[in-house]
Structure formats: structure tokens, C-alpha cells
Design a protein around this ligand. Structure first.
Ligand code: FES
Length: 100
């Protein structure tokens, strides 16, 4: 469905699988180029979701990236060795030190 027009220069780890990527491209672009279409599962039905807008508006590309949940894959630039995984259902908000 998607085809790269430029060579890759690094790798990322997606759900335990090493995938080729290009530094600076979005994580969503790297995953789509590698054939990954399902980035998360919905909280209610568990239906698969993947990127729709690729500009930070739809939130269908939420993944866990470098240990952080609720990350929009279309807004995160690839860095060599980035570790990401699909997001399953609802994730909580990050805890803050001010929370009581
Ligand atoms: S693809 Fe729509 S917010 Fe990322």
C-alpha cells in the first residue's frame, strides 16, 4: 500500500520486531512503510485502528513510544532505536508529582 522513495538509515523496534526507518520521518510513516496498519485497539470493541489524518487531529494513531502511552505516532519523529508498541484499550493519564 505504501512504498518508500528514499532509503532507510536506522531501525526501530515495534512490538518486539525490528523495522527499517529513516531518522526524522514520523513514527506513523515508518510503520506504514513497513506494512503496519493497526496501531491501536479501541477501548469498547477492541477494533483495530490506524492513522487517518497524519497531522495530529484524529488520535487514531495512538501508540506507546519509549514507555509513554497515548503518543500520537504521526507527531513523533523517528530516532534510531525508538521502541514502540500498539496501544490496547484505554490508558490512564500520566501521574504527576502534584497529584494527591
Ligand atoms: S493520524 Fe490522526 S492524529 Fe495521528
Amino acid at each position: 500500500m505504501f512504498r518508500r522513495t528514499e532509503p532507510t538509515d536506522c531501525t526501530i523496534l515495534w512490538d518486539g520486531q525490528e523495522l527499517p526507518a529513516r531518522s526524522g520521518e514520523s513514527l506513523a510513516a515508518a510503520l506504514l512503510a513497513a506494512g503496519v496498519l493497526a496501531f491501536r485497539e479501541t477501548a469498547v470493541s477492541g477494533a483495530a485502528r490506524g492513522p487517518l489524518c497524519l497531522m495530529g487531529a484524529c488520535f487514531d494513531c495512538l501508540v506507546e513510544a519509549d514507555g509513554k502511552p497515548n503518543v500520537q505516532a504521526c507527531m513523533v519523529p523517528v530516532t534510531p532505536g525508538l521502541v514502540a508498541a500498539p496501544q490496547h484499550g484505554v490508558r490512564g493519564l500520566p501521574e504527576t508529582e502534584d497529584a494527591a
